[in-house]
Design a protein around this ligand. Structure first.
Ligand code: AMP
Ligand code: MG
Length: 432
């Protein structure tokens, strides 16, 4: 892409070399990789989704109502339906008598017409009968046998929800691109919709490699460690709307990793481990064989050995095995891609807080840093800039601060934006 010359193929500058045990000659900038992914990741096709499963999905169509809600004039009170004007003059001292002619219950309307001086006992949600135009609340009425005494006047339309009060037939109720809330699904239900078109959720294949790895749920022992990356990636990818395909841990054997990477049922392949420049790091070369390794080596800390490429329409992310690097590379590159494929905003989904730095953060110009931070007494305390293997740094942290490429660091006292790991408010914000 930068026309370095010798290689005749129209390939990326990261593609042709075997960099194992030699290190990266150059690193791509984070925003270059982000730009590449933004350009290539297109939203997946839509599919019908049953109403009961649509919450959280992204709507791929406009939905307009074909009915009025309510479809009948509806009582907003328990009380008596009557002609409002017949109640004029009624007061506590001078209750007016009405002839009780029947009852209207939700789903069981009064059949007939309410005439002058007549009333129908009515419950909230029941249709207001023909002839009546108001409901007087039960609290100001007293029933005796066939009569009801009304001790307050009600204007016509009082306590009556008109046809279409909630939604009118023809109204646009939801637009494409909407991430459906529980109440959106409820509204769809109320207008008689049984399923809606939503963007398909991206399918993710986890390719977790490492001869040292035991499956999640094992106890670590000897020289073996337990896989934590797949557990973290699963949670992150779910958060971003992905569907995770079944997986198992793979040994560091190129032919086995090749088969797993070549999987055709996924939209995104997340390779954990074996992605760098070590002797057992097979994934980068395999990716050049199977498709393209568009980037390998990125100017960031942690995650600098990360890579990005494609096999056909699939995106392949080479995530370093070190747990913090794995998480960080996911957040920068895989997360936005998954969200874009699923029709969500690419932007990081974290809540944000602007808070002053308790201590300076040092970085280097030309590199993006992902700094885990705690929040103490309303101030941001950096926990770690390095230590890519220290997963507990992300557990102790309240969130992360990203130091952009152009900065050498951030000064003590400066207001910085924290990307919060928790999606619900936490105590330091002073909320109840
Ligand atoms: P690699 O990227 O394969 O060179 O691995 C770098 C480091 O991350 C090594 O210490 C690995 O043991 C560790 N590691 C690799 N994969 C995982 C995983 N799935 N879970 C936790 N640690 C891992
Ligand atoms: Mg490894």
């Amino acid at each position: 892409m930068d026309g370095q010359g010798v290689d005749p193929l129209p390939v990326s500058r990261f593609m042709p070399r075997d960099v194992r045990m030699r290190g990266f000659a150059e690193r791509a900038d984070v925003d270059e990789v982000e730009g590449f992914l933004a350009e290539h990741a297109r939203v997946l096709p839509a599919e019908p989704v049953p109403l009961l499963e649509c919450t959280g999905r992204v709507l791929a169509e406009e939905v307009s109502a074909v009915v009025d809600v309510p479809g009948f004039p509806r009582s907003a009170m328990d009380g008596y339906a009557l002609r409002g004007e017949d109640s004029f003059g009624a007061s506590e001292l001078d209750a007016l008598p009405f002839r009780l002619v029947g009852e209207a219950m939700p789903g069981r309307p009064f059949v007939g017409r309410v005439g002058k001086g007549e009333a129908v006992r009515i419950m909230t949600g029941a249709p207001v009968p023909d002839g009546a135009d108001a409901v007087v609340m039960a609290e100001v009425c007293s029933e005796d046998g066939r009569q009801v005494h009304v001790a307050d006047a009600v204007a016509p339309q009082k306590n009556v929800g008109g046809i279409g009060e909630d939604i009118r037939s023809g109204d646009l109720v939801l637009s494409a691109g909407r991430r459906l809330r529980p109440q959106d699904a409820g509204l769809l239900s109320s207008i008689g919709v049984a399923s809606v078109l939503c963007y398909r959720r991206p399918r993710v294949r986890l390719v977790v490699t490492g001869d040292e790895l035991l499956p999640a749920g094992s106890l670590p022992g000897g020289s073996h460690i337990v896989d934590s990356n797949s557990v973290v990636l699963r949670g992150l990818a779910r958060r971003d709307g992905a569907e995770i395909l079944p997986f198992e841990i793979l040994p560091d054997r190129p032919e086995i990793i090749r088969d797993a990477m070549a999987t055709e049922d996924a939209d995104v392949v997340l390779v954990s481990g074996g992605s760098s420049v070590g002797k057992e790091d097979h994934a980068p070369l395999l990716l050049t064989e199977l498709g393209s390794l568009d980037f390998h080596g990125i100017a960031m800390r942690p995650s600098s050995p990360a890579g990005v490429g494609r096999i056909g329409d699939r995106f392949v992310f080479l995530l370093p095995g070190n747990p913090v690097s794995c998480l960080c590379a996911y957040e920068f590159f895989a997360g936005p891609t998954l969200r874009a494929l699923g029709g969500r905003a690419r932007a990081w989904p974290h809540r944000r807080a602007m808070l002053p730095l308790a201590r300076k953060i040092t970085s280097a110009i030309g590199r993006v840093d992902y700094v885990r931070v705690a929040v103490e007494n309303g101030k941001v305390v950096p926990i770690a800039t390095s230590g890519a293997s220290i997963l507990s740094s992300t557990v102790r942290a309240a969130g992360a601060v990203i130091v952009p490429r152009g900065l050498e660091g951030m000064a003590e006292g400066a207001d910085v934006e924290v990307l919060l790991y928790d999606d619900a408010p936490i105590a330091f914000e002073g909320s109840a």
